[in-house]
Design a protein around this ligand. Structure first.
Ligand code: AMP
Length: 286
């Protein structure tokens, strides 16, 4: 596996591969790899000739009071994990290489970014879209794999690609979970053992919602009231949002349909966790 730090060298490597008609699959990440990231790499390897994984903790997607400075990092272990997955290039640009000057350009997707995580993280999705746009321009992949754990991010990127007529296939990978149901996340590293127990409230809420829907409860308010109680029974939790939205346009839905997505952000202690699930198509890849 090659490790490339400079955007120019990354671009040149990609151009050479495309010249040999090889299809590049990109997996954008912020590192601190877990099984979720590795599943995305494997999916990219199935679909492309060569996999490029970018590892960049993107400062412009963090708010001033967020965890940029303490975001977990373990580059040596990440290098070894990615190389075991047959990744061709780990692209690890530093901040100055990606943003030599403070960027005056942002890519904004309106509408889809206003609710859910966008409400408490103003500017977050502009930062995400801008860095993903730069990565697409540097790597020029044929496809890019994103996790549906960050469902709103996936929807926003899909819309950006469609609106800007970008020739990149966006491939979604389902949420990868620990055995007990907790959605894997680099931020799980912040959790104390007691907090990790409380963090299970998110996946438990999803399980309860699926059960209720299976039993015919289709009224969103009724469902959400029950889930709110269930989550709040746990120690040290604070619900930021808990909602049912349409999987396509992310608007709030009063009644469950085959497009219903249950989405939540919950603070466990100081750690903000998100999770989501379709309510009628549990196993469908989204
Ligand atoms: P991150 O490093 O957290 O920015 O995540 C990089 C990519 O991995 C994003 O597309 C995430 O949606 C995806 N990802 C992170 N955690 C999971 C998970 N538990 N299941 C599926 N995809 C994930």
């Amino acid at each position: 596996m090659k490790i490339i730090n400079s955007p120019e060298r990354m671009s040149a490597w990609s151009a050479a591969q495309r010249g040999s008609d090889l299809k590049i699959g990109l997996v954008p990440t912020m590192g601190f790899f877990h099984e979720g990231h590795l599943c995305l790499m494997r999916r990219a390897a199935e679909l492309a000739d060569l996999v490029v994984v970018s590892l960049f903790v993107n400062p412009i997607q963090f708010g001033p009071d967020e965890d940029l400075a303490r975001y977990p990092r373990k580059l040596d272990e990440d290098i070894s994990l990615a190389s075991q997955e047959g990744v061709a290039v780990l692209f690890v640009p530093d901040q100055r290489a990606m943003y030599p000057e403070s960027p005056k350009t942002r890519v904004t997707v309106s509408g889809l970014t206003e609710g859910l995580c966008g409400r408490s993280r103003p500017g977050h999705f502009d930062g995400v879209c801008t860095v993903v746009a730069k990565l697409f321009n540097i790597v020029k992949p044929a496809l890019a794999v994103f996790g549906s754990k960050d469902y709103q991010q996936l929807a926003v990127i899909r819309r950006m690609v469609a609106d800007l007529s970008w020739d990149v296939d966006i491939v979604a990978h389902p949420v990868v979970r620990a055995e007990d149901g907790l959605a894997l996340s680099s931020r799980n590293a912040y959790l104390s053992p007691a907090e990790r127990d409380s963090a299970l409230s998110l996946s438990k809420a999803i399980g309860t919602a699926l059960e209720m829907v299976k039993n015919g409860v289709l009224e969103a308010d009724l469902l959400l009231a029950k889930l709110e109680k269930l989550i709040e029974m746990h120690d040290n939790v604070e619900i930021e949002y808990l909602t049912i939205v349409d999987r396509n346009d992310l608007t709030v839905q009063p009644t469950i349909t085959e497009n219903s997505l249950l989405a939540m952000a919950v603070r466990v202690g100081k750690t903000r966790l998100i999770d989501n699930s379709l309510l009628l198509e549990r196993h469908k890849v989204i």
